[in-house]
Write a protein that binds this ligand. Structure first.
Ligand code: F6R
Length: 589
């Protein structure tokens, strides 16, 4: 949440604006930048999107030191006053902040009866810098860093300094060098400017100048930080049209990359001395990433003979789930920056468990926190609603579970090879599913005015229902819920009437008669039913999907549901890539 960028380079203002555009997916309720002109810092900020900031910035002259911010509100309403940057009252410092300063009320008391210009926790940092400044900016930054509690990545610029400063704890912050010196909350974004980058460790202050960077613990002792060459980011800014649609249509190609990437990086590859000792396996993630774990845990239980417990990361952190040296926990996260997921890693590692990251972002906080990482190879995903990353997570998790099953002798080498061959049919299956786009657009017109949607399925179709429902609600704002199909009659059937629609997913032949009964029960109450299956059911509008092995079916059957959410949201005129109240990377707990 919130994107921050800082630059010491020619054209720092225009480069900061370009970077904020790339970071907009992290938050988009307001934005701003500070242009450091030597003895004065000029602030330009506004409510709304980066496009509004660009208009406002037209009269602002260039400079060679700037910091910028795109906001997702945590403290204080969405308005220009609460937009970053914030100036210290004497105008010496400007700051931008991503995260939450948990003790900001105490800090306000410490500052005395100051009048603040905003309702944010962040502004206290600018005031503290003024109070703690005794002639040396670095020392002031270190003193302030020691006072802060919570999660924060803070960028600071000070008058008469051709340097940037950063304070980092539990929120992402990368420092990089190219034609100039930069800092940023996103490694993909900074790699557009920097060919050498370092991920700032937690509990660190960075002092960045065109000549290099120095890193210190909050007590002032130096920290050695490694620089490396980042993968080049994709050309995001030049892409026109909705990212979500583009990302759905990329799925067939990305499935191939996910499978190849898994084997190229060495597969499961657990340390030999521990490989045989794992008794408890977890899949841990949030939102769509959790749903992918839910899906593959159903597959692993049903077809590979492995018991995996899927847990929502924020529940895992406080839920007293058992962990010891025999625990293998897979942490699933597209961004690799989700605070709840990263916190959950700390719990597993502290109890001696093995933490395995399944992510789309190499060099993310998750990667650094875990013992091992496998990349899902989905490529940059910019629409807030996750699509192709989900499909690639399913491929990678399925391959991981196949390897675990093979290692335990739970499946034969022959079945292992069989599943790998079946997986090769998925890109074709998804391409065929995408051909239903016109039909899906017509269905979207039919469901767009219902008061609620229910998504139902059994076994591995239930997680697909969860994901379809999540996609629809987050971008169309229509209320939707997912149910295990057999559970409807235990409560939700009371809600069925002509104002409601139900999407029933059925890819498991052995259970299709059960689906037929559910469809009839719902249709008899007047609700519209759409079935997503390779067979046609009476009393329903069929969306036919190609037949694939039921263990892999979720990878293809979710695609029409992703499209249905997209087409419905479009027909309601929603901003599909940037739905209200959400952000792509949730870096606060
Ligand atoms: C839904 C969505 C969110 C994310 C969740 C976890 O479309 O995008 O539910 O899946 O915030 O994000 P990552 O995978 O980055 O940890």
């Amino acid at each position: 949440m919130c994107g921050i960028f800082g630059a010491i380079c020619q054209g720092a203002v225009s480069n900061t604006l370009k970077a904020l555009k790339l970071l907009e997916y992290r938050g988009y309720d307001s934005a701003g930048f500070a242009a450091n002109r030597g003895d004065v810092i000029e602030i330009c900020k506004t409510e709304g999107r980066i496009a509004a900031l660009e208009r406002l910035a037209q009269g602002v002259a260039e400079t060679d030191v700037a910091i910028g911010h795109t906001r997702w509100a945590t403290h204080g309403a969405v308005c220009a006053q609460n937009a970053h940057p914030f100036l210290s009252p004497d105008g010496r410092f400007a700051i931008v902040h991503n995260g939450i300063i948990e003790n900001y009320l105490d800090l306000k008391k410490y500052l005395g009866k100051k009048v603040f210009s905003s309702q944010t926790d962040s502004e206290t940092v600018a005031y503290l810098l003024e109070k703690e400044y005794r002639g040396d900016v670095l020392q002031a930054v270190l003193r302030v860093a020691q006072m802060l509690q919570g999660s924060f990545a803070i960028a600071i610029t000070a008058v008469n300094e051709r340097k940037l400063y950063a304070i980092k704890n539990k929120s992402p912050l990368v420092v990089g060098f190219g034609e100039g010196a930069y800092l940023c909350s996103d490694i993909r974004c900074i790699s557009r400017w920097a060919n050498s980058v370092a991920v700032t460790p937690d509990g660190t202050v960075a002092e960045i100048s065109p000549d290099g960077a120095r890193f210190f613990r909050f007590d002032g002792s130096p920290v050695a930080v490694n620089f490396f060459t980042p993968e080049q980011g994709e050309n995001v800014a030049e892409t026109s049209g909705d990212f979500m649609l583009k990302e759905i249509y990329e799925i067939p190609r990305k499935l191939v990359l996910a499978k190849n990437g898994y084997f190229d990086s060495g597969g499961l590859n657990l340390p030999e001395r521990r490989a045989g000792s794992f008794r408890k396996i977890y899949f841990i993630g949030c939102g769509t990433a959790y749903n992918s774990g839910l899906q593959v845990s159903a597959v692993a239980r049903q077809w590979f003979g492995i018991d995996v417990t899927p847990v929502i990361a924020s529940e895992f952190v406080y839920g007293n789930y058992p962990v010891d040296g025999h625990t293998l926990a897979f942490f699933i996260s597209q961004s690799g920056e989700t605070a709840d997921t990263v916190r959950a890693v700390e719990r597993v590692r502290a109890a001696g468990g093995y933490a395995y990251a399944v992510t789309n972002t190499a060099s993310s906080s998750l990667t650094f926190a875990c013992d091992r990482t496998v990349n899902i190879c989905a490529g940059g995903e910019y629409a807030v609603a996750s699509t192709k990353a989900y499909n690639c997570q399913l491929v990678t998790l399925t391959l991981l579970m196949l390897d675990v099953a093979l290692g335990r002798g739970a499946i034969s080498r022959q079945s292992y090879r069989y599943f790998l061959r079946e997986m090769d049919s998925l890109p074709q299956a998804v391409m065929r599913a995408l051909k239903s786009d016109d039909e899906i657009t017509r269905l979207a017109e039919k469901i767009k005015d219902v008061s609620a949607l229910f998504y139902i399925g059994r076994i591995a179709d239930y997680p697909t229902a969860c994901e379809g429902s999540l996609k629809l609600k987050e971008i169309s704002y229509i209320h939707s819920e997912a149910y295990p199909a057999g559970e409807l009659k235990h409560g939700a059937l009371a809600l069925m009437d002509s104002d409601v629609a139900v999407v029933a997913i059925s890819t498991f032949d052995a259970l299709s008669d059960k689906t037929a009964s559910s469809v009839n029960e719902i249709a008899a109450r007047g609700a519209m039913v759409i079935t997503v299956s390779d067979r046609v059911f009476e009393n329903s509008l069929p969306l036919i999907i190609p037949k694939v092995h039921p263990a892999l079916a979720g990878i293809a059957s979710v695609v029409p549901l992703q499209l249905l959410a997209y087409r419905t949201a479009k027909s309601l005129g929603r901003d599909v890539d940037k739905p209200r109240n959400l952000a792509k990377s949730v870096t606060v707990e």
